[in-house]
Design a protein around this ligand. Sequence first.
Ligand SMILES: [Zn+2]
Ligand SMILES: [Zn+2]
Ligand SMILES: [Zn+2]
Length: 261
Amino acid sequence: MRIIVAGSGTSTGVPTLGCGCNVCTSRDPRDNRTRASILIQTDEHRNIVIDTGPDFRTQMLRYHIDSVDAVLFTHFHYDHVGGIDDLRPYSQRTEDPLPCYMNAQTFEEITRKMPYVNQSENYPNIPRLRFKILEEDDSHTPLCLNIAGIEFQPIRMVHVPSAEVFSTGFVIEKKFGYLTDFKHIFREDERFLYNLDVLYLGSPLDIEHPTHISHYEAFELFQKFQPRRAVVGHLSHQHSHERLLEKWKGIAEPAYDGMIF
Ligand SMILES: [Zn+2]
Ligand SMILES: [Zn+2]
Ligand SMILES: [Zn+2]
């Protein structure tokens, strides 16, 4: 299995439209941060993506992905679902509709905002998607998914406390934790996060933010969960890649588009 960071950027992407700052105008390709997504490739060449943001099509072209077998959605914000229509060519090439996993709120919001994606009887040319809501066991622990032989343990998180927006993180094969767009992790799900090979946390800024953890809060979580590699993504244009490498030396690694695990 390998994991490719398809997009390491925050909701605006970097460069940010209209911005002339030194990061947005940088020539370092690692400062070009597309919207947040990761791609999991199995040894049998099956592809699973987490989120299809507005840069999804560009990302799939960039990594020459000719099929997608399943999609996991973290939450319903545009920077994570805006590319959902671009699943159409992939979904038309598979025998069964393309399975898409998400929490109940994400399902409600996606189908409210884009009702046609779930109405194949009325719209004959839409992506053939099968929406699957993440299930919980009797003790309300989200059930582990097995997709193409790879285990995904969902992690419940609070993203926007004031609006009760929930996002879902995933621990892949008990090794790689991908948690983006959150302020708090459900305490009951923290047990899945200790001593991973990689813990990848989404955090755009080094200052307090109402809907994301700050870089310092990410470092506290790394201290707590003790991963072998600590990675921060969903990055803004606040700092260049070079600056982050220097600033975070010995603490964490900044993600970049094309980073491979
Ligand atoms: Zn986001
Ligand atoms: Zn900028
Ligand atoms: Zn978000």
